[in-house]
Design a protein. Structure first.
Ligand SMILES: *[C@@H]1O[C@H](CO)[C@@H](O)[C@H](O)[C@H]1NC(C)=O
Ligand SMILES: *[C@@H]1O[C@H](CO)[C@@H](O)[C@H](O)[C@H]1NC(C)=O
Ligand SMILES: *[C@@H]1O[C@H](CO)[C@@H](O)[C@H](O)[C@H]1NC(C)=O
Ligand SMILES: *[C@@H]1O[C@H](CO)[C@@H](O)[C@H](O)[C@H]1NC(C)=O
Ligand SMILES: *[C@@H]1O[C@H](CO)[C@@H](O)[C@H](O)[C@H]1NC(C)=O
Ligand SMILES: *[C@@H]1O[C@H](CO)[C@@H](O)[C@H](O)[C@H]1NC(C)=O
Ligand SMILES: *[C@@H]1O[C@H](CO)[C@@H](O)[C@H](O)[C@H]1NC(C)=O
Length: 320
């Protein structure tokens, strides 16, 4: 059954919970087996790491991690779940022109839309999962031998046929969308997925093929990376976080940046979230974490953003 709500009223938060997963995505396997039995992610078990002498949150290790634990510790240990808000840029021109008749008319139009549950227009969509170095800088395109190419490998085929993940593919098509602010040329969303894995996924040392159990199939790490990106994104329903504080897209007024930041931090164990803007309009949200264990099966814990907001004190939050 599909439930509806309007952007402006937002009286029913539950009705709009597209990403209703609880804020917990830690893996707490305590079996002590050598191999991870989680059917979703076929990487080596990190039980011995998590409970062993080198157990440490990423970026907080006091000593180098020995090679035998290298699949259980991200050397570049800032894990960022990043999201887009690809607002309609024409509306920015509208609010800047500040013609109250036009604004009123469009506001009425947008508030009248009955968005279905999970409509991407009321969802902060997926940008990616990045691993920054502990100082907040980052490396990229770390291992060309691991890269995927849609032209050569057919990413749809890899996800849907080779790894039999049609539902993952459907979620990605709907919520991991390329757009004018993503800075990936040549349009389609699959270019964005290709770009995100090649740029960031190849930099995760716990995603190396040697970290997988059983017979490794090429791009197993890629597809499991995509799965993890989606899984983590689901735990951050940013639109709902803001809606719960009465912060909804509008052409009528700007919000205080600090109110937006507070609404997000309140849903992030009090840790500050990065809010990005283009031309004073919210367009990106980044959630920072440290990690213990493998990027696929490990435990994440939030930390404050390491990047200052690019927004002014008063921000636009415009409809898509
Ligand atoms: C933490 O572990 C990484 C990976 O072994 C290593 O590069 C880094 O130097 C270690 N940090 C400290 C403070 O020993
Ligand atoms: C963006 O807003 C303008 C002005 O309301 C509208 O004409 C246009 O169709 C919108 N674009 C999209 C992609 O919704
Ligand atoms: C828009 O115009 C109103 C007056 O109609 C003015 O009070 C307001 O400051 C203007 N807003 C902007 C962003 O210029
Ligand atoms: C690149 O990937 C290959 C294939 O798994 C691996 O053997 C190699 O160690 C990786 N290189 C780096 C720098 O991680
Ligand atoms: C890629 O794979 C999909 C799914 O198997 C298939 O429908 C599509 O035709 C393929 N594209 C090309 C260019 O071969
Ligand atoms: C931001 O505004 C400048 C002009 O002030 C304009 O050239 C640019 O296209 C705008 N960027 C976006 C993303 O709207
Ligand atoms: C962020 O802003 C604070 C306060 O203005 C400043 O001290 C700090 O250097 C900035 N950090 C970065 C990474 O720019």
């Amino acid at each position: 059954m599909v439930k509806f709500l309007t952007v402006a009223t937002g009286f029913s938060i539950l009705a709009s919970l597209v990403q209703a997963a609880p804020r917990s995505y830690s893996s707490t396997k305590k079996s002590g087996f050598v191999f991870n039995t989680d059917p979703e992610y076929s990487v080596v078990s990190c039980d011995n790491f998590v409970y062993g002498p080198y157990s440490s949150w990423s970026c907080h290790n006091a000593t180098a991690i020995p090679a035998y634990d290298s699949c259980c510790f991200e050397n570049w240990g800032i894990l960022m779940s990043t999201q887009f808000w690809d607002f309609n840029q024409t509306l920015l021109d509208v609010v800047n022109a500040n013609d109250s008749n036009v604004i009123d008319e469009l506001e009425e139009y947008y508030t009248a839309i009955q968005y279905a549950q999970g409509d991407p227009r009321t969802t902060f969509t997926i940008h990616g999962l990045w691993n920054d170095l502990c100082d907040g800088s980052y490396n990229q395109y770390c291992n060309s031998s691991l890269e995927i190419s849609d032209a050569n490998d057919n990413i749809t085929h890899v996800i849907v046929d080779t790894f039999d993940e049609p539902e993952l593919f459907d979620t990605m098509i709907k919520y991991w969308v390329n757009n004018v602010i993503s800075n990936v040329p040549n349009g389609g969303s699959i270019s964005l997925w290709e770009h995100e894995y090649n740029k960031h996924g190849t930099c995760m040392n716990t995603l190396l093929p040697e970290c997988f159990t059983g017979e490794y199939t090429k791009f197993e790490n890629t597809v499991q990376f995509y799965k993890k990106v989606v899984e983590i994104w689901k735990t951050y329903p940013t639109y709902q976080f803001l809606l719960a504080e009465g912060i909804v897209p509008t052409l009528k007024k700007q919000y205080e940046l600090r109110d937006v930041q507070k609404a997000l931090a309140d849903n992030n164990d009090g840790f500050q979230v990065y809010v990005g803007c283009i031309n004073g309009t919210i367009d990106e949200i980044w959630y920072y974490n440290n990690l213990k264990g493998n990027v696929l099966t490990g435990e994440y814990r939030p930390i404050d953003t390491l990047t200052n907001s690019t927004c002014p004190d008063k921000v636009w939050y415009l409809p898509k």
